[in-house]
Design a protein around this ligand. Structure first.
Ligand SMILES: *[C@@H]1O[C@H](CO)[C@@H](O)[C@H](O)[C@H]1NC(C)=O
Ligand SMILES: *[C@@H]1O[C@H](CO)[C@@H](O)[C@H](O)[C@H]1NC(C)=O
Ligand SMILES: *[C@@H]1O[C@H](CO)[C@@H](O)[C@H](O)[C@H]1NC(C)=O
Ligand SMILES: *[C@@H]1O[C@H](CO)[C@@H](O)[C@H](O)[C@H]1NC(C)=O
Ligand SMILES: *[C@@H]1O[C@H](CO)[C@@H](O)[C@H](O)[C@H]1NC(C)=O
Ligand SMILES: *[C@@H]1O[C@H](CO)[C@@H](O)[C@H](O)[C@H]1NC(C)=O
Length: 407
């Protein structure tokens, strides 16, 4: 309905636009600036599009426009799939969405060509371009599909919609990152965009290779979004990169991995959206993936977590992981240790928190020698000291004092 009205308006405006076009000399037509990343490989990466809704739309309409599943859009925008009446909710024009797309290498440059649009009555290249929020011009759609005066748009014709994307190896300044193609809006500057997306003017300018810091509306910037990566997590047969502000569903949608905004660590737990998931509990424990036991010790906390470790052939891998932490997770409250479970919803798997052990007042140990670096600073019992030394060793070895027990 909306689309039809929109198209009719466009149709009525056509003569006006045509006149303007004839009056404008060709040389005035400027091309918006946009980052083009050369590439040579056949790999592809995860990337994002910024999409400002051109008109009121339901999620299903947005998903259809980009040929995605609704769940992909929910995940990229961290929307809870159990939000009531999501199906019927109408998102208003100008709402901002992140659209996840794969970014392959096509003819030597990075771009997405997996979106197909089916031409409807009264469509023009410009109206189609508008429905993609300025991510692609009518001219680009026309040239990609060889549309011209001799070869006009046909109703029901499928059109490839070329969309901008960049990979840059999913790294920015040595940190995992996912790049978002962002359409500059009226009145925006490098500074306002850097502030909005938590980056710096310097980084934006460097990434986009702009000599002068002048942006025009319609320019397309590549914005690095810091991301959580599974690269160092030793997963079996899976690698995942999840931008800050998103979650990902994996293992046949059984597992939901959130990118924690505070430390950019992946936090995986059962998604709760698929009923038939198995292998969610760690062996020899009461813990499900994502759950933790937290025990207080003299020096901090012992945390045992059941962690997700990838999936293969329908099997979900998981294992218990111990870590000794100087700071207990959550807060410093000695009496009430909060659950380790993420603030993100997961009603199906409660956290199992154990009360802190009553720790006797530590006594100085006679076995501590003068050469012991800890003997002057603290009076940790020798068994605890051993633990501390182990913890420190693991800390330096593995960064984070975590050691993983494979089963
Ligand atoms: C959408 O979901 C269906 C079934 O859940 C799946 O087969 C398909 O691959 C998904 N499509 C995309 C683009 O993720
Ligand atoms: C994936 O699994 C197969 C079979 O278990 C194994 O040979 C291969 O090394 C695994 N690949 C990765 C990247 O873990
Ligand atoms: C992740 O995003 C949130 C806002 O969504 C922001 O507050 C936080 O600083 C970001 N984290 C990092 C590491 O950039
Ligand atoms: C903490 O964990 C270690 C093993 O990682 C264990 O030996 C020690 O007894 C634990 N301490 C407490 C107080 O649970
Ligand atoms: C925590 O304490 C309980 C009870 O004393 C013990 O069974 C468990 O193994 C401890 N866990 C860790 C990680 O130390
Ligand atoms: C992890 O902690 C639990 C409880 O303290 C203990 O039973 C287990 O042996 C520990 N595993 C390792 C590898 O230290």
């Amino acid at each position: 309905m909306i689309t039809t009205m929109e198209s009719q308006m466009k149709f009525l405006m056509m003569p006006i636009l045509l006149v303007l076009f004839i009056l404008l000399p060709c040389s005035v037509v400027t091309h918006a600036k946009s980052m083009i990343e050369p590439c040579s490989s056949s790999d592809s990466c995860t990337s994002l599009l910024s999409y400002i809704l051109p008109y009121d739309s339901k999620l299903s309409e947005i998903a259809y426009r980009f040929q995605l599943n609704i769940s992909d859009i929910l995940a990229a925008n961290s929307i809870n799939p159990r939000t009531p009446s999501l199906d019927t909710h109408i998102f208003h024009a100008k709402s901002f969405f992140k659209i996840p797309i794969m970014c392959p290498c096509v003819d030597g440059i990075r771009r997405s060509i997996s979106t197909i649009y089916t031409v409807k009555p009264a469509d023009t290249l410009e109206s189609i371009s508008e429905s993609y929020g300025g991510l692609v011009t009518g001219q680009q759609i026309g040239s990609t599909n060889n549309i011209n005066a001799m070869n006009p748009l046909m109703i029901d014709q499928p059109l490839v919609i070329p969309l901008p994307c960049t990979c840059f190896n999913n790294v920015d300044n040595g940190i995992p990152a996912v790049y978002m193609s962002y359409v500059v809006q009226n009145g925006e500057s490098f500074r306002s965009i850097a502030t909005e997306f938590g980056t710096t003017v310097t980084d934006l300018a460097a990434v986009n290779g702009f000599g002068q810091l002048v942006l025009d509306p319609g320019d397309i910037l590549a914005i690095p979004i810091p991301a959580c990566s599974s690269a160092n997590l030793n997963w079996h047969n899976e690698s995942l990169i999840v931008p800050n502000g998103s979650y990902a569903l994996t293992a046949s949608n059984c597992i939901k991995c959130v990118c924690r905004p505070d430390n950019l660590q992946l936090q995986c737990s059962p998604s709760g959206i698929v009923a038939s998931c198995t292998n969610l509990q760690c062996k020899d424990s009461d813990l499900f993936i994502g759950d933790s036991y937290v025990n207080r010790t003299n020096t901090g906390c012992n945390v045992t977590t059941c962690v997700y470790r990838g999936h293969l052939g329908g099997k979900i891998f998981r294992s218990l992981q111990n870590s000794s932490q100087v700071q207990c997770p959550g807060n410093q409250n000695f009496n009430a240790i909060p659950p380790m479970v993420s603030p993100y919803d997961n009603p199906h798997v409660p956290c199992i928190g154990l009360p802190p052990q009553s720790s006797p007042a530590p006594a100085p140990s006679p076995t501590m020698g003068r050469d012991d670096p800890y003997s002057q600073k603290s009076n940790i019992p020798s068994d605890k000291k051993e633990l501390l030394n182990r913890a420190l060793w693991y800390n330096s070895l593995l960064v984070g004092a975590a050691f993983v027990i494979l089963f």
